[in-house]
Design a protein around this ligand. Sequence first.
Ligand SMILES: [Zn+2]
Length: 114
Amino acid sequence: MSLKGRDPSDIESNSQPEPRRLFLHEPGWQVGLKVGSIRENCYQMAPGQEYYHRLSDGEIYIARADEKLCLACAARRGLLSSEAKSLREAIASFEYVAHLDSNPDIELGPAPTD
Ligand SMILES: [Zn+2]
């Protein structure tokens, strides 16, 4: 039963989006947490709205200089990604280091337990 819950088709029929990791590749942004009731607005209007919506207490946002964006607007602007962009470079540099070490026993994978 618990294995069935991991079936991807189950997740699709559930209409709940699968939790995923988020990445922001544009330099200069910082992640902030809106705390308290001081009024702060998202820097961007949402589609169909003609006002700058407020950031809510407890909301996670990203900021660069004076610009604050809620995650919904950041995603609309294409700032957020579910892909780790530097993954390929990281693997390449790791392989390079492994080559320099010239140890044929190096394996990518879990470390041996003994
Ligand atoms: Zn927003």
